[in-house]
Design a protein around this ligand. Structure first.
Ligand code: HEM
Ligand SMILES: [Ca+2]
Ligand SMILES: [Ca+2]
Length: 299
């Protein structure tokens, strides 16, 4: 049973402790923001929001983070949670009382705020999962080539509507992508017709054939460091980076929602907050099937 006041007696300052740690990390690198936000999503969609994504592999177990779909998760997201956990545990009353899953949920909210996005109340009381298996990731995360039906069915499997899915996709207003995620769109004949011609040419320039696979580019070409509704305006202009982004505007069924988020930042913000709150409830563990980890990377 999640509640914003879960730690009121256990660790009353947990919110400010996590916020300060996230702020410190943010001052070192902006990558903290997209990395932490994406990490939360990849956690919640596999075994629920239980910090299973944070677990390191051991000789006996290949953990989620080593699945191919998770290899592009930026290390700064993991580091943010580790730093915040250390800050929480430095307070005697809080030591080993706050779950890694809750710290990640708080940190995801805090990075959105640091990038200029909306603030919101985070529900707390998740326990950390007892397993993390790479094989559990198979088929649980959306792929950049997904159709609207594929996106909808995967999000529906997590209790999220098409509107939630469109709002959460707005996270692509921040952060980076490697070139191979969309190279099929710019090097097909003809070039993907839903791509803005000028944007396609820019992408070809930034991501030439046989580009170094480590090269990553901004997903939002206009305001890559601001959490805003530019993602949806980009879709209207044919500047959606992935097939799974642009389809939200191309398909008649999702276009009205994209247009409404593009024309009204407040509508986007409130839908994003509602969807993040729902995302944070996915597969939550309790004392019966979870625990509070002492080290977020060790079961
Ligand atoms: C709707 C289906 C989604 C698909 C197909 C998708 C796919 C991707 C892909 C392929 C990347 C680039 C990874 C790389 O090459 O490094 C990416 C990055 C990112 N995604 Fe998504 N994503 C989806 C939804 C979400 C959601 C729901 C969130 C969070 C609420 C999210 C947050 C991010 C962020 C912040 C990045 C940038 C990461 C960074 O810069 O380190 N995505 N996504
Ligand atoms: Ca998880
Ligand atoms: Ca932006």
């Amino acid at each position: 049973q999640l509640s914003p006041n879960h730690y009121a007696n256990i660790c009353p300052n947990v919110e400010s402790i996590v916020r300060r740690a996230v702020q410190n990390k943010f001052q070192q690198t902006f990558v903290t923001v997209p990395a932490t936000l994406r990490l939360f999503f990849h956690d919640c969609f596999v075994q629920g929001c239980d910090a299973s994504v944070l677990v390191a592999s051991t000789g006996a177990n290949q953990a989620e983070k080593d699945h191919s779909d998770n290899l592009s998760l930026a290390g700064d997201g993991f580091d943010t949670v580790i730093k915040a956990k250390a800050a929480v545990d430095a307070v005697p009353q809080c030591r080993n009382k706050v779950s890694c899953a809750d710290i990640l949920a708080l940190a995801a909210r805090d990075v959105v705020v640091l990038a200029g996005g909306p603030s919101y109340t985070v529900e707390l009381g998740r326990f950390d999962g007892l397993v993390s298996r790479a094989s559990d990731v198979n088929g649980r995360l959306p792929q950049p080539g997904f159709t609207l039906n594929q996106l909808n069915s995967l999000f529906a499997a997590n209790g999220l509507t098409q509107t939630d899915m469109i709002a959460l996709s707005g996270a692509h207003t921040l952060g980076f992508s490697h070139c191979n995620r969309f190279s099929n769109r710019i090097y097909s004949t003809p070039v993907d017709p839903t791509l803005n011609k000028q944007y396609a040419a820019q992408l070809q320039q930034m991501c030439p054939r046989n580009v170094d696979p480590r090269i990553a580019i901004n997903m939002d070409p206009n305001t890559p460091r601001t959490f805003d509704n530019f993602y949806y305006k980009n879709l209207q202009n044919g500047q959606g980076l992935f097939t799974s982004d642009q389809i939200l505007f191309t398909d008649q069924r999702s276009r009205p929602t994209v247009n409404s988020f593009a024309s009204n930042a407040n509508v986007f913000n409130s839908n994003f907050v509602a969807a993040m709150t729902k995302l944070g409830r996915v597969g939550v563990k309790t004392a019966r099937n979870g625990k509070i980890r002492t080290d977020c990377s060790v079961l």
